[in-house]
Design a binder for this molecule. Sequence first.
Ligand code: NAP
Ligand code: ZN
Length: 359
Amino acid sequence: MALETPNHTQTVAGWAAYDSSGKIAPYIFKRRENGVNDVTIQVMYCGICHTDLHHVKDDWGITMYPVVPGHEITGVITKVGSNVKNFKLGDRVGVGCLAASCLECEFCKNSQENYCDQIQFTYNGIFWDGTITYGGYSEMLVADHRYVVHVPDNLPMDAAAPLLCAGITVFSPMKDCQLLESPGKKVGIVGLGGLGHVAVKMAKAFGHQVTVISTSPSKENEAKQRLGADYFLVSTDAKQMQRGKRTLDVILDTVSAKHSLGPILELLKVNGTLVVVGAPDRPIELPSFPLIFGKRAVKGSMTGGMKETQEMMDVCGKHNITCDVELIKPDKINQALDRLARNDVRYRFVIDIAGTSKL
Ligand code: NAP
Ligand code: ZN
């Protein structure tokens, strides 16, 4: 596996973790020249997803160091390849988790590139030229235009950045569960973090009654008053969980740590669906009794396809859905990762890569 190839001529300043201590430090590296299908993006903002934390600490045992994390990227186009027709210089764009896919399989042909079995991710992936991909904790990115979306004019670039991963990761299963077109459902969101808080906003915008299931009683007021949740259950309080039994149609579980799905499944009505999007490093517990007694289904979902990602951006533009962010300078990435690990963020850190915000 080559770290660089001859056409990797562009020097870029970024931030990387060098080992599983997870500490981030400046890193200078090379990116490929802008190819015919590529656009070059001056990165403005990059969200800090919990997946970045899993990677820098090698939670999943797959990290190739040095790793430049970041897949919640917004920026401005500075170069356009000759095959690219749908983007021009100066466009406000976003890049999420996907860097490449085979373009030929049934999933790619159907714009479900996220389920292509040759998918390459924005960072810690191996690109077609054999190089390791580096993400958005960097000043500039070269991206194949097929994995780039437009950011609607009314969305601020900082608060829109987390939509590129957190947003699409919860939008896709909501769409899959027909929550976009049939309002009035009872929807549960487990874990009020980066993914969870945007899921609450979307589910409310789509006309559903929303219950947050959380380990943090301190989040109740914000969940209801700022994010618009209707109900809040503290998952460690057995009485509250008992009261919520058989009340929900669909639940999205965004929890980043090992936990049991049993008490969560009990909250579903008969025939209800639990979609797991959280990716703990150890297996989650799935007891069979709450599954079989309620004829319930558990499924997974991973990010979204590109067509769906553009649709999600446009829907967020229409409903004015943005993320609640804490903006930081790049020299505060380590503190932000530490706070994210302690569940101390409301609700997403976003790095001001270009230094254009007043901080
Ligand atoms: P986050 O901001 O850290 O939010 C996770 C939330 O989970 C926390 O805010 C907390 O909410 C809850 N939580 C944390 N530890 C817990 C524990 N021990 N038991 C129960 N609940 C706990 O993380 P995120 O960025 O939203 O990401 C969440 C997970 O989704 C991560 O594992 C990430 O890798 C994964 N992810 C998956 C995809 C995908 O495509 N499927 C995409 C992006 C991220 P409360 O305080 O409310 O309990
Ligand atoms: Zn992510």
